[in-house]
Design a protein around this ligand. Structure first.
Ligand SMILES: Cc1ncc(C[n+]2csc(CCOP(=O)(O)OP(=O)(O)O)c2C)c(N)n1
Length: 766
């Protein structure tokens, strides 16, 4: 483990002329055949037939969708499928080749065109399961023999995948996700993603978990060629290749991320051509050269040849398990249909091109090889095809007429109510590798807000080894505001480390890491930068618990600090919690006192929901009494910070202190104001707010958010809807001006709300 001293950089200027070698990327090197693989023992005839069965299962599933659209699918006539139709016919070898070359408990992430990946992963997982695992998967089974159990589980797999596609309660995600978000965490499938590139940082985070826990598990990240133009994907490649993971001369743990970036290059984005149109590289694998001196062991593979796919993936997995990942494999393949079935393809490609690719169809080619080397007879091949078609048809009919989710449950699964009350033994005694920073209280027990946060971080790191932190400059430097100072030397670089300036990846890797066992607490240096990560926060972290039908939890904390009030201008001063509160699925909390900061952060780290934890930079040096040791403040519980009887001032964040000063000022004029600090925007403690308003009859809601779209409006409207009879006057709001935070002191002062504005509003009510 490097100490702080030997971690100090000793860079010298060196401008000697040199040339950087970008290396070579092998392409289409595989020349083997099934016969040779069988002879070499890398594959058995039985496994080869399983591989064919899985490809046929995908083809049948996708052709079902095509036929459903025209009413030609016989087994569920009359059933009207509504939903996306991104079929992957033509690409089956990539899905099956990759999954079949992995262990059954390795991980994948997938895409909007992910039925194939999902089916392949499930089939491979089921075939790898023990009898006990199979019985757990299909608890109602009457089968006892392994083969029967497996066949039943495979049938159940097809059923649950179709049921999810059809939006049924029996689906993998209880109909909450659908085909574009299908996931089966029990089979290592961490989710398909309808945001192009959205799953790539998640996969990267999953590989971080494997590295941290030393499980040896590999993650295969499926994404299309189109995705490799997206910022977050390029961020993820940089992240995975970071020297602090891979460079043995520099790092304490030179174990590269065990991840295979599987680029499924079907040559089109939606319609945009990667070849000669929307990219400037001759092969997508060249992207790898931009991020790693080893070119990430990139390779271009014939994605129409299942043997080539499997061989490449086997080698990639081996590299990863040796700790030499990441690996990037580009699979050259083709989608026979358009982007979706609504796309006729004729605007951008020719029938001749399609015919050329159909002539190298992966299934037809592999069937020929199986027949040629006598692995299967024509009769057995016909039987296998009939079995697959029949299974799909029966499962489709069963799914089509199975139970729809109950409309009363529309928001069921939004949040989890679980948290870590007891840390499992394996994680309960984390290693401490250096001195733990001393946090000093004043004689009367006070701490700064910043130290209160730091104390919470230290206590939770000591309590649970799964709590891991990353963010920009948070290691030796301690973060831009020094909140994490000293934590790297205390807990080690595996638990507190610097990230690149990649907010989307900071937030997205946390999602994948939390899905696979870590409990990340990551820092957004300024809340404004959260907008760079809004997809990962809002579409990924916030949504996965619901979209998976509660089959996965995403326990993570985004610590976001707000810069307003320091004269930092428009891009470093925004108070954006109202925006994030508008995203269902995310908790949003904002403590205003040191005691609440400590107690709420500890609760947040133990909670199993994704949480936006907002901190204000102007409060970092504010002092208050903070209980030592185990001090937990529940999330979603408001706090009456001052009792009063004539008006309620409902607030959160730094406006609490304006509200308290306003209450003092009003008291001098004989007005009794109650100050309610909501502390959590989501979940919101309406009960406490309503009880206060029912008592006082008047209410002002105030925060640092700009007026338009502020969460103050949400509170005001709910008070009016739920306590109208108790109100003697309308609810008023006090916020920042509807403008952009200016730098000039005079302007920022005019921009932000103050105690005097609250007093004026109260007087208006009275
Ligand atoms: C961030 C984002 N932008 C745009 C889209 C719309 N869209 C869906 S699929 C797609 C093309 C994706 O191309 P690629 O990654 O190559 O995958 P393919 O569809 O070819 O399998 C686009 C633009 C989206 N879903 N997400």
């Amino acid at each position: 483990m490097p100490t702080r001293n030997n971690y100090l950089s000793t860079l010298k200027p060196d401008f000697k002329p040199k040339t950087y070698n970008l290396g070579k990327i092998p392409a289409y090197q595989y020349k083997g055949t099934l016969k040779e693989e069988l002879k070499a023992g890398s594959l058995t005839a039985a496994k080869a037939i399983d591989v064919l069965e899985d490809m046929l299962t995908i083809r049948e599933f996708e052709e079902m969708i095509v036929k459903l659209r025209t009413g030609a699918y016989e087994s569920c006539k009359g059933y009207e499928y509504r939903g996306p139709t991104h079929v992957s016919i033509g690409q089956e070898a990539t899905a099956v080749g990759c999954c079949a070359a992995m262990n059954y408990d390795d991980f994948i992430t997938s895409t909007h065109r992910g039925h194939g990946d999902s089916l392949a992963k499930g089939c491979v997982a089921i075939r790898g399961m023990s009898e006990v695992e199979l019985k757990a998967r299909i608890p109602e089974t009457k089968a006892s023999k392994k083969k029967e159990l497996m066949e039943e589980a495979l049938e159940g797999h097809v059923y649950r995948a179709i049921a999810e596609l059809f939006g049924k309660e029996d689906g993998y995600c209880k109909g909450r996700g659908g085909g574009m978000h299908i996931a089966d965490f029990k089979a290592g499938h961490l989710g398909a993603n309808a945001i192009v590139g959205g799953g790539v940082p998640i996969a990267t985070g999953s590989a971080m978990s494997s590295r941290y826990f030393k499980t040896g598990k590999v993650t295969c990240c499926f994404a299309g060629d189109g995705a490799y133009a997206n910022g977050v994907v390029l961020e993820a490649l940089n992240w995975a290749a970071m020297g602090q993971f891979t460079d043995p001369t520099y790092t304490h743990n030179p174990y590269g991320l065990p991840i295979v970036y599987a680029v499924i290059n079907n040559h089109y984005g939606f319609t945009g051509r990667i070849d000669g149109e929307v990219a400037g590289v001759s092969c997508v694998a060249r992207r790898a050269a931009g991020f790693s001196d080893t070119n990430m062991h990139a390779e271009v593979v014939n994605g129409m040849d299942i043997m080539a796919c499997m061989s490449a993936m086997r080698r990639a997995v081996e590299i990863c398990r040796k700790g030499e990942g990441p690996v990037l494999l580009e699979f050259d393949t083709y989608r026979n249909y358009g982007h979706s079935l609504g796309d006729p393809r004729n605007e951008y490609r020719t029938k001749d091109e399609e015919a050329e690719w159909k002539s190298v169809d992966p299934i037809a080619q592999f069937e020929k090889q199986l027949l040629d080397c006598g692995c299967i007879t024509p009769k057995k091949l016909a039987d296998l095809k009939a079995k697959v078609a029949d299974r799909n048809a029966r499962m489709a009919a069963k799914a089509a007429w199975s139970k729809d989710p109950d409309p009363a449950d529309v928001i069921k699964y939004m949040y989890t109510d679980t948290r870590v009350d007891t840390v499992p033994e394996a994680f309960a005694t984390p290693k401490v590798v250096g001195e733990i920073p001393v946090i000093k209280r004043t004689e009367d027990g006070q701490l700064t807000y910043k130290d209160a946060i730091k104390e919470a971080l230290i206590e939770e790191m000591l309590r649970d080894s799964r709590v891991v932190q990353w963010g920009e400059d948070i290691a030796e430097y301690g973060g831009a505001f020094k909140v994490t100072k000293g934590l790297t030397s205390a807990f080690g670089r595996d638990r507190v480390f610097n990230s690149p300036i990649s907010e989307a990846c900071i937030c997205g890797t946390a999602v994948g890491a939390s899905m696979t066992g870590l409990r990340p607490v990551v820092e957004l240096m300024y809340m404004d930068f959260g907008l760079m990560a809004s997809d990962q926060i809002s579409n990924q972290a916030a949504k996965w618990h619901y979209m998976s039908g509660a089959s996965i939890e995403v326990p993570l904390v985004y610590r976001a600090s707000v810069g307003g009030g320091k004269g930092y201008g428009g891009q470093h001063s925004q108070t954006l919690e109202s925006m994030f509160a508008h995203i269902p699925g995310l908790y949003v909390v904002y403590p205003a006192t040191p005691a609440d900061a400590k107690g709420m952060l500890k609760s947040a780290i133990r909670d199993n929901n994704p949480i936006m934890f907002v901190e204000s930079q102007i409060m970092y040096n504010m002092k208050g009494v903070v209980p030592e040791g185990e001090h937990l403040v529940p999330l979603g519980k408001a706090d009456i910070k001052r009792e009063g009887s004539q008006v309620s001032i409902v607030t959160w964040g730094p406006m609490l202190f304006d509200a308290l000063r306003a209450a003092d000022m009003l008291a001098k004029e004989g007005v009794s104001a109650e100050v309610v600090d909501i502390r959590s925007l989501v979940p919101l403690d309406m009960e406490t707010i309503l009880a206060s308003v029912r008592k006082t009859g008047r209410c002002v809601v105030t925060s640092h958010c700009v007026g338009i779209g502020s969460f103050t409006g949400e509170i005001a409207s709910r008070i009016m809807a739920e306590a109208f009879d108790s109100l003697d006057a309308p609810v008023l709001r006090v916020g920042a001006k509807d403008g952009i935070a200016p730098q000039a002191y005079s302007l920022e002062d005019a921009f932000l709300p103050h105690d005097r504005d609250i007093v004026a509003a109260v007087k208006q009510l009275l």
